[in-house]
Write a new protein. Structure first.
Length: 269
């Protein structure tokens, strides 16, 4: 016999995500297969993962992350999903949904350690795919043609992808599939060259740190993140050093005072 709480999972979902439709939260259809549910859950969970947000919103993200984990556990349970699909109800008494579960550990069990080889395999399948084209269109519109932000937000992209992206977007603009934005149409050669220099510098620094950390194809994503963080920290330190050298006051008077305190040389009065 089912027992229903006044403030159940459906209420929590609506409170945290603005809708009581479990499929709508994940952005999938009611007929979504397990693989599609998994990918959608992973994508959304990354946005609210407590370890990936600013400290100021960590508490809010933690609640969302926990509710999202419960939602996913419902849709991946055949009986619970059938009940929800038929009656819009969720059984949440005395089962996994009401237990004090570590949802971060649950997430880690679902998504195994990602290695460099995994990233390369994903990149190979992603580049040139319909998904990449869809993401590129969305990024172009969202950032109003700003290529810096487009490259920063498209998965697996780098400076070598820019000419390809530019040709694709130009074609869409010409055929009126997407609007024309000044940031894209009027971008100067100087800005493109600057972007290339920045990417080349970052790539060089990343390669150096990668070598120092002995990262190979079997290394985890966390190792790559660590390498990236060290590269940025080194860049910041160099920047601060250059500022100190440029703006720190020079102590010329101190040298004069030191000479006075040293006293007269031998043979002088």
């Amino acid at each position: 016999e089912f027992v229903w709480r006044a403030m159940g999972l459906i209420d929590e979902i609506k409170e945290q995500f603005g809708t009581d439709n479990l499929y709508e939260v994940l952005g999938v259809s009611k007929t979504a297969k397990d693989g599609e549910l998994r990918r959608a859950y992973h994508k959304l969970s990354l946005k609210v993962h407590p370890d990936r947000v600013e400290a100021s919103v960590k508490s809010e993200a933690t609640v969302k992350f926990q509710v999202l984990g419960k939602l996913y556990s419902v849709l991946t349970d055949l009986d619970k999903r059938a009940l929800y699909d038929e009656q819009g109800l969720v059984e949440d008494e005395g089962d996994i949904l009401t237990q004090d579960r570590n949802w971060v550990e649950y997430w880690r069990l679902l998504f195994n350690k990602v290695t460099v080889d995994d990233i390369k395999a994903y990149e190979k399948n992603y580049k040139g795919s319909e998904q990449e084209l869809e993401d590129l269109r969305a990024a172009y519109v969202e950032f109003e043609g700003d290529m810096d932000q487009i490259l920063d937000n498209i998965l697996c992209s780098n400076i070598d992808d820019e000419p390809r992206f530019h040709d694709l977007i130009s074609g869409w603009v010409k055929s009126a599939e997407v609007p024309s934005f000044p940031a894209f149409e009027n971008e100067t050669t100087k800005r493109r060259q600057k972007r290339k220099r920045v990417y080349e510098k970052e790539a060089k620094e990343a390669a150096q740190v990668t070598a120092e950390l002995n990262i190979d194809s079997s290394s985890s994503l966390s190792s790559l993140i660590k390498a990236r963080q060290q590269s940025r920290e080194r860049e910041a330190e160099n920047f601060l050093d250059s500022l100190a050298e440029k703006y720190a006051p020079k102590s010329k008077k101190r040298k004069t005072n030191d000479k006075k305190r040293a006293g007269p040389k031998k043979g002088t009065k």
